[in-house]
Design a protein around this ligand. Structure first.
Ligand code: ATP
Length: 362
């Protein structure tokens, strides 16, 4: 299993469409890296360049220390699992899984061993003699993954493998992929998804792509707790983090911010005397807002409530020139509409951004 290193990787389609630039990324053996980002930001393009299905326009891609820019896909030791499973319909599960090994002229004994091992990992033992049409969507996706496992690749690439499955099956298959990773701790995996829960639960590190580059790389909790910039702050988490303008009026181990809409925010992000008077944006997640009768960072009227069952979303309307914010309370709350509420948050959970960048990372 392999380490991957991307140095200044760039992609320009057709000589003019500049999609990615300056992608620098070190992926260690055994990591499960998830690429996320807005539609069209280049997630699939980056994955396809790693697979060798798309030419790298600039920079280098190394696998285990060897530059592979010009190595054809089949010789990179990479297996790719797509969202459409593309199984051969007239072949049994066993034959689907054996196909690549037969092409590679492996002996029947080697093929049997590889297929049985993969079937065991994926719990497909009892389905080996069935045709794909006699399998559920989730089982077919497992066969597609099985076809990769038998080849014992250095790196697995997954391009939205669960997006064709319904909600319940997505959850079940997501858990299977997490278990699969545990059974193959040394295998390196790169996974593209639109689904935040998949990213947060599967990734050892998440790469957030935006504006042709990497907005942040970090563990799921680093991205959630300490976003480097407002883009990542609002991209990770749902509903998105609230961003409210203010001005620094107290510095030190904690920072005090006078909010433009009234009230005062306190953040555990430290600042220096030089920051006094700095215009900043304060970031607070909906789930971190708590009602208070004391010091508050926001005052608003609850305009709309949405009870989702396990949580209620509260949409606050401005009081005194405030921007709207969204709050999230556990449980069901129907009696809050039209109520004027003051909100505060734990200083450890209050982010401070200047010109889009978090002051925590200076
Ligand atoms: N063959 C191509 N020629 C020109 N432009 C392309 C080509 N393939 C992709 N693009 C463009 O490159 C950009 C990145 O596409 P890509 O499919 O990598 O994005 P993505 O992040 O995977 O998007 P999504 O989340 O919607 O699947 C898009 O603007 C797309 O239109």
């Amino acid at each position: 299993m392999a380490d991957l290193k991307l140095t200044d990787v760039a992609k320009i389609y057709g000589g003019t469409v500049d999609v990615l630039r300056d992608i620098n990324l070190d992926i260690k053996k055994g990591e499960l890296i998830v690429f996320v980002g807005p539609s069209g930001c280049g997630k699939s393009t980056l994955l396809r360049m790693i697979a060798g299905l798309e030419k790298i326009t600039g920079g280098t891609l190394e696998i285990d220390g060897t530059v592979v820019n010009d190595v054809p896909p089949a010789q990179r030791g990479i297996a790719m699992v797509f969202q459409s499973y593309a199984l051969y319909p007239h072949m049994t599960v066993r034959d689907n899984m054996s196909f690549a090994l037969k092409l590679a002229k492996k002996t029947p004994a080697e093929i049997d061993e590889a297929v049985n091992r993969a079937a065991k990992i994926l719990q497909l033992d009892e389905y080996l003699d069935r045709l794909p049409k006699a399998l559920s969507g989730g089982q077919r996706q497992r066969v597609a993954i099985g076809r990769s496992i038998v080849r014992d690749p250095k790196v697995y690439l997954f391009d939205e493998p669960l997006s064709n499955l319904d909600a319940a099956l997505r959850v079940a298959t997501r858990i299977e992929i997490a278990q699969l990773k545990e059974l193959m701790p040394d295998s390196t995996m790169i996974y593209v998804t639109h689904d935040q829960v998949e990213a947060m639960t599967l990734a050892s590190r998440i790469v957030v792509l935006a504006n042709k580059g990497i907005a942040q790389v970090g563990s799921p909790l680093e991205l959630y707790e300490r976003p480097e910039n407002e883009f990542v702050a609002q991209f990770i988490g749902s509903p998105a983090m609230n961003i409210l303008p203010g001005e620094i009026i107290g510095t030190g181990a904690q920072t005090t911010i006078k909010m433009d809409g009234g009230g005062t925010a306190v953040s555990a992000v430290p600042t220096t005397g030089a920051d006094m008077g700095l215009k900043v944006n304060v970031g607070v997640r909906p789930e971190d807002l708590i009602e208070t009768t004391g010091e508050y960072l926001y005052e608003g009227t609850v305009n709309i409530t949405e009870a989702l069952g396990e949580v209620t979303l509260l949409y606050f309307e401005a009081v005194g020139g405030n921007d709207p914010v969204i709050g999230k309370l556990p449980g069901i709350h129907k009696d809050l509409r039209k109520k004027v509420v003051r909100l505060n948050a734990d200083p450890a959970k209050v982010q401070v951004f200047h010109e889009g960048r978090s002051l925590y990372y200076r």
